[in-house]
Design a protein around this ligand. Sequence first.
Ligand code: PT1
Length: 285
Amino acid sequence: MILNFKTQSLDLATPRIMGILNVTPDSFSDGGEHNTVATAIDHAAKMIAEGADIIDIGGESTRPFATPLSTTQELERVIPVVEALHARFATPLSLDTSTPEVMRAGIAAGADMINDARALQRPGALAMAASLHVPVCLMHSQGEPQQMQVSPHYIHCPAEVTHFLLARAAQCEQAGIARDQLILDPGFGFGKRVQHNYELLASLEHLCTLGYPVLIGLSRKSMIGKVIDAPQVHDRIAASAAAAMLCVERGARIVRVHDVAVTKQMLQVLQAVQNAKKALEVACS
Ligand code: PT1
């Protein structure tokens, strides 16, 4: 599987790292310290040096109980950062947005793909994404950030998530988005109890066999904090990397993370294991 951006492509035969760049004052794990263009540039430069393959730029916090943002506010936060990063770095840029106007302006400013936690369900988002001809990540969420953790309920969480994502992918294809431009994401932490999140992780292999690349984001999330009893997000780094590794082993192709260096190291170990496995197969044949 290859992601085709306008001016470059990314081969997903190798698992890829998407580094998180929050430009939200209330961002859940960095306290909004990257809220200026200059600090955004520094943070992106660090993640790129550590091995990030994509930088995901988000102006709206979608963590549980986050408050909604106006389109104007989102544009004011995101577009200057996209312009600045596009001018300085060749690394593909992803827009973490559900807002059609931010998609249009962000791609015009040099972003390479769209990452939508609402899976293009906002009015106008599907048509806008189709008109932009860029890769799109469709993520599952049960409800909006403000209320999604109030009472998540499923009969069979992984089956319902898969059903939703396949239905959205079909609607995207009908709207004119090429099948090979779509990425699926089970949406860890989005309207899910801890148990639901681990059911999704345990069954991730199935989602990864449907013909679409799978992206996962669980970095520093409460699903990690709960099982290791770490109320502080900075105490969740090693466990987040371990969980990302379990997802890649099950077939995820892109991991969305805060901690690029540690994630890169664990992917290198996984690569060494896979190389050794191949060498053994050759030796035995
Ligand atoms: C994600 C994701 C995202 N997550 C994609 N985009 C967030 N494609 C933002 C918690 O439980 O997984 N995939 N954009 C951040 N959202 C959350 C959700 C942050 C839950 C924290 C939690 O702590």
